[in-house]
Design a binder for this molecule. Structure first.
Ligand code: SAM
Length: 254
């Protein structure tokens, strides 16, 4: 039986409906928090997010002349990390549907001297405006949880990657030790929203974060969803006891 995209928690479902749908809700939320997004990532994870991104991009590092797509690139951190581990003449495109996040990403790329290698474009990760088989790899960090249709997201990734190409997906997951899971949920459900309020006057946005994880598939379930979308050799790596999981897979040869 196919593993379908899980329904959001009832409170969240009502908020999506009030906004006119999940994509509109998500886009508005990231538009509001764009200015504090990077700082909040560093604070929430104690700087570990950089290490998780570095591990993720090492799985798909590009060789000379290759190209990759970073879906839901936001302020560009995953695309930047990929550029740093890849050949200097490789090219990365980052797509995101929130212009405010992309504006910050473009400022960062200019500052880092990477604007000629990493190009940010506005676009929908569930309906990518790229031909079939056009990238050597694709990646995402903290994005797939936000998609309206998870299966559609992985199907689109598969479509735009060349046969034999790879995907690497970093996402928040579910700690496997029950005691650690309880401590993590206390932190994630109670402290993180307060931090969001303090730093960015964004209590609601950082309340969405834990709620969006509650019904999100665990790592084995996500693996199955990727396989159903057509990805092969799907493997996953936990970090910090399952707080995040990195899924890596290959598109079968035609
Ligand atoms: C939590 S941020 C992650 C940003 C970045 N990948 C990182 O590592 O920090 C999620 C991003 O995904 C984007 N996003 C969510 N759903 C999307 C979709 N369907 N199409 C394009 N972007 C999407 C949001 O606008 C937001 O910038």
């Amino acid at each position: 039986m196919a593993t379908s995209t899980p329904s959001p928690a009832p409170r969240l479902r009502a908020e999506f409906e009030a906004a006119g749908g999940k994509p509109i809700y998500v886009r508005r939320m990231f538009g509001r928090i764009a200015r504090v997004y990077d700082l909040m990532n560093r604070l929430m994870t104690g700087g570990l997010d950089g290490r998780w991104r570095a591990f993720t991009v090492r799985q798909i590092a590009l060789t000379s002349g290759q190209t990759a797509l970073d879906i839901g690139t936001g302020t560009g951190d995953l695309a930047i990390a990929l550029a740093k581990v890849s050949a200097p003449d490789s090219h990365i495109i980052g797509v995101d549907f929130t212009p405010e996040m992309l504006d910050i990403g473009r400022e960062k790329l200019q500052h880092l001297g990477l604007a000629d290698r990493v190009e940010l474009q506005q676009g929908d990760g569930e309906q990518l405006a790229f031909p079939d088989n056009s990238f050597d790899a694709c990646c995402s960090a903290f994005v797939v949880r936000n998609l309206a249709d998870l299966h559609q997201g992985f199907t689109e990734m598969l479509r735009i990657v060349k046969p034999g190409g790879r995907v690497a997906c970093l996402e928040i997951s579910h700690p496997y030790n029950p005691i650690f899971a309880a401590a993590f949920h206390l932190y994630f459900d109670r402290i993180v929203p307060l931090l969001g309020k303090l730093v960015g006057k964004a209590f609601d946005a950082y309340s969405y974060l834990p709620t969006s994880v509650t019904t999100f598939p665990n790592a084995p379930q996500l693996k199955r969803i990727m396989e159903e979308a057509g990805w092969r050799d799907v493997r996953y790596y936990y970090r910090v006891g399952g707080v995040v999981a990195i899924h890596v897979a290959t598109k079968p040869q035609a």
